[in-house]
Design a protein around this ligand. Structure first.
Ligand code: SAH
Ligand code: SF4
Ligand code: F3S
Length: 459
């Protein structure tokens, strides 16, 4: 079998694609790069906003046409597959295999017979399954929990991924060991709400550390860099900031989604914290990690958001001074409480506010990145940039960074880099040796070069 996988959505979906891909390979399948070469196409779907759902609809439409011309098995996995909306789409477009986010290990069973196979159960076996490490890569994801126990009124994730289930620390450790032995140097711990690790359904699990404890444990493994995402402010404790500060491998990077700066909107979103409480977490982080790089998620145009509410989001952005942000216009998702109970704002209002917020974010990112010019950053270089005279990678604070190749540097790896130039989305520097001297033969940066326009790639 020749399988081609397409992934939409977040890093948890990327991890799941890797997991299913490794299952397919263990059954003897070859992974191919294009639909044309494939006899099995599997789409890992996202349902968090309308856009990714529409993308899946259009890919399924194209695949239906291909299917009419030649034998092809079409599969759909992930968040959209778990929803009625996705299952209706699957019926309409003649999807053969459908696997929800809790049934991924049914992939073998699904491909055995000639019958249509739909798997929608949430199975625990996923938690002890250790996918083989990615080959030749320095970075990897490691899922430490699945699902979410929160009920943010706009969000479909608790429906698609079910309640929170933390993974046993022994399974996490075993997976970490396979990553380490494969040469991985940076691991990102993944969950919808990593701060609630070890507390499922509100109950502390015996034998599981807290998230802060887990950070300390992972920090002892010998891995060079640890990142994690996502943190929910409601479950953020000062001990997490303390664990970050005292564990050298944990990067000084915190992605703490705020969603809105207005208490009225936060209440309607059921976020379970106030603007003031959020700011105390930021102060705690800064107290323990004065150089912390801060990122967030913001939704603009939530139902009922007034211009005044939006101004509070802008003022919170200024008060925190984030390094970067993911910003979204509210998208009403069928099945969520806000879809049922609140009226959507006009699209123009949402897009206009979004563009004002993006402008504010750009100013801040430009300012924050410019402050880094002249500093030395630890950069994980993953490989060639668009222009093969350059390497690309990212700092401990997740800033995408480009450097010219140098004699004496072995290619991909972790290097000290002096930052010479910065834009809101990219930093440019030169590799240093252990004595802080520039490694020789590094071409001068040419602002017109292809490397300078490399696309933003968040780690
Ligand atoms: N568990 C993570 C978020 C997962 S979804 C957390 O709580 O931080 C990633 C981001 O998508 C969210 O932080 C939110 O900003 C955005 N998002 C979720 N539902 C959305 C919706 N209906 N419309 C627009 N953005 C949404
Ligand atoms: Fe969605 Fe809220 Fe859970 Fe994040 S915490 S996945 S936004 S319900
Ligand atoms: Fe999308 Fe599911 Fe992730 S809805 S954002 S793929 S958890």
């Amino acid at each position: 079998m020749k399988a081609h996988l397409i992934t939409y959505g977040c890093q948890m979906n990327e991890y799941d694609t890797h997991l299913v891909q490794s299952q397919l390979v263990s059954f003897g399948a070859a992974i191919v790069d294009t639909v044309d070469e494939a006899d099995f196409v599997l789409i890992n779907t996202c349902a968090v906003r309308g856009k990714p759902v529409e993308k899946v609809r259009s890919v399924l439409g194209t695949l239906r046409k291909t299917k009419a011309q030649r034998p092809l098995v079409v599969g759909m996995m992930g968040c959209l597959a778990q929803l009625d909306e996705g299952q209706q789409m699957a019926r309409k477009f003649g999807v053969d295999v459908l696997l929800g986010p809790g049934s991924l290990l049914d992939i073998g069973k699904a491909l055995e017979g000639n019958e249509r196979f739909w798997g929608l159960a949430f199975k625990d076996e996923l938690h002890d399954h250790i996918p083989p490490p990615p080959t030749g890569k320095l970075q990897a994801h490691l899922t430490i929990m699945r699902g979410c126990d929160h009920h943010c009124t706009y969000c479909i994730v608790p429906t698609t991924r079910g309640p929170q289930v933390s993974r046993h620390p022994d399974d996490i450790r075993r997976e970490l060991d396979t990553l380490l032995s494969a040469g991985v140097q940076e691991v990102t711990l993944l969950g919808q709400n990593v701060n609630a690790y070890g507390v499922d359904g509100g109950a502390r699990l015996g034998g599981y550390p807290s998230f802060a404890g887990l950070l300390r444990l992972v920090g002892q493994s010998g891995i060079r860099r640890i990142k994690f995402t996502t943190s929910h402010p409601m479950n953020f404790t000062e001990d997490v900031a303390a664990a970050m500060a005292e564990t050298p491998a944990v990067c000084e990077f915190v992605h703490l989604p705020v969603q809105s700066g207005s208490n009225r909107v936060l209440r309607r979103m059921a976020r379970e914290y106030t603007r003031e409480k959020y700011l105390t977490h930021i102060a705690e982080i800064r107290r323990h990690l004065p150089d912390a790089v801060l990122a967030t998620d913001i939704i603009v145009g939530f139902p009922g958001e007034t211009e005044e509410d939006f101004q509070e989001t802008l003022s919170l952005y200024d008060e925190v001074g984030y390094d970067s942000a993911y910003m979204f216009a509210y998208s009403a998702r069928p099945g969520t409480p806000s879809y049922k109970h609140f009226e959507d704002l006009p699209r123009e209002v949402k897009t206009e506010r979004l563009s004002r917020l993006i402008a504010r974010q750009k100013e801040w990112s430009a300012r924050k990145n410019a402050e880094k010019v002249g500093t030395v950053q630890e950069v994980l270089l993953r490989g060639d940039a668009h222009d093969p005279a350059f390497l690309e990678g990212h700092t401990r604070g997740n800033h995408p960074t480009v450097v010219p190749k140098a004699i004496g540097a072995a290619g991909a790896g972790i290097y000290a880099v002096r930052i010479e130039h910065a834009t809101p989305h990219m930093m440019y520097g030169r590799i240093l040796d252990a004595q802080g001297r520039e490694l020789p033969e590094q071409p001068r940066l040419d602002p017109a070069s292809a490397a300078l326009s490399a696309p933003l790639a968040m780690a």
